[in-house]
Design a binder for this molecule. Structure first.
Ligand SMILES: Cc1ncc(COP(=O)(O)O)c(C=O)c1O
Length: 392
């Protein structure tokens, strides 16, 4: 059975983005975020894995994968955003300057903020990140998950001491619910997506993601990518990374490709219309982290103006990515990558090896000189589902 399908839209409008919309990801801001993350207990950069045998097999020059399954003990990249947004909130309250934002400086003032509660709506990974960060700073977290979320993901959040529950709503309605609760109870909404009037926290979340790029720049001085593929739910991660690359104006331009599931293609559909579009309904996909119907407004602005292409992939593409990363060619390192983490490698694999997708390969200019950077954004965050997909 082959249910592989990938659709591609080239963004012919792409250009240099307005400096004001990418200013939050300037090298200076990225430095502050990096300094804060390095101050956290047990911080270590995640590995940058070079899959040379696979690159050779698929006919490209390099494939580099940043393995976020090794991010603290959280199995996903999300904590970079949540922890930095909480730090910025507390830093402002404590009148700390950006270059004073370190874990120990904030913790020293714990008695002034420990009554605070942070609330969020999440597929799982962001909730786990908020729960972990709130606990670290000594605050409380409340987390709402959309219907259909797995018991394993709920449990993982509760393990960090958060009050967590699965609602009867889809992701976008769960966000509205969390916002209402924040207003009712005086909690602080810590959402990783933005809408009109709610931009500051999600911008800080995106700023936190810049550590992915600064770590990459520290880890790899020789290979500069020609292509970067990033998976998207609401698009904050993709836009955060793209904004960092756009700010590195002295480096050669690269093709930036946004990858989404067919069950929740809100950015792909927005691109089709060249305006922000919300996908309604249950958003059926195994890629739980990417099952979002409404794009982040500030994320969309950046992606619309500077992404090179948008891909929409069936679930089978994510399955392929998980299997290939988990069963590497001799000499390549194994990466445990979950459904949302592996879709970019799955897409690259299919585009390079499936003759039916030859046109997309040409449109994206993927060839023997291509150097491709990917982010495996999660490990086996639902271990049972991971096994089911990779074993069966
Ligand atoms: C594992 C994983 N990858 C990627 C994403 C996409 O991030 P964003 O919603 O910012 O587009 C998420 C979001 O939760 C995620 O959990």
């Amino acid at each position: 059975m082959n249910n592989v399908s990938i659709s591609c839209q080239i963004n012919y409008l792409n250009n240099t983005p307005e400096p004001s919309i990418i200013a939050f990801a300037s090298p200076e801001s990225a430095r502050y975020a990096g300094k804060f993350h390095r101050s956290l207990p047990n911080y270590a950069p995640t590995p940058l894995v070079k899959l040379s045998k696979l690159a050779n097999h698929l006919g490209v020059k390099e494939i580099l994968v940043k393995d976020e399954s090794r991010r603290f003990d959280l199995n996903a990249f999300k904590v970079l955003g949540a922890s930095f947004a909480i730090a910025k909130y507390l830093g402002e309250m404590l009148a700390l300057k950006d270059d004073e934002l370190t874990f120990s400086k904030i913790l020293a003032e714990q008695s002034r903020y420990k009554h605070l509660t942070f609330v969020t709506a999440t597929d799982g990974n962001h909730g786990r990140a908020v729960a972990w960060s709130a606990k670290l700073f000594g605050c409380t977290a409340v987390v709402y998950l959309p219907k259909g979320s797995s018991a394993a993901r709920l449990e993982a959040i509760r393990n960090y001491g958060a009050e967590a529950s699965i609602t009867a709503m889809n992701y976008d309605d769960t966000v509205i619910h969390a916002n209402q609760k924040a207003q009712e109870k005086g909690w602080i909404l810590l959402q990783d997506t933005s809408w009109e009037g709610y931009e500051k926290v999600p911008r800080h979340v995106m700023q936190g993601y810049s550590t992915l790029v600064t770590e990459f720049l520290d880890q790899e001085q020789e290979i500069w990518p020609t292509h970067v593929l990033v998976q998207a739910g609401v698009g904050s991660l993709a836009a955060g990374i793209l904004a960092c690359f756009c700010n590195l104006s002295e480096r050669p331009a690269l093709k930036f490709i946004v990858v989404e599931p067919k069950g929740a293609p809100c950015l792909f559909e927005s691109k089709k219309r060249n305006e922000l579009f919300t996908v309604k309904g249950d958003l059926p996909t195994i890629m739980a982290g990417l099952a979002c119907g409404e794009p982040s407004h500030i994320g969309w602005d950046i992606l619309q103006s500077a992404a090179s292409a948008f891909l929409m992939c069936s679930d089978e593409v994510a399955r392929r990515g998980m299997k290939v990363l988990g069963n590497p060619l001799a000499g390549d390192q194994r990466i445990i990558s979950g459904e949302s983490g592996a879709v970019t490698l799955g897409a690259l694999f299919e585009i390079l090896s499936n003759k039916d997708l030859y046109k997309i390969k040409e449109e994206l200019d993927l060839n023997g000189d291509s150097r491709v950077l990917l982010f495996s954004t999660e490990g086996d965050t639902d271990a049972e589902l991971y096994r089911e997909i990779v074993w069966l």
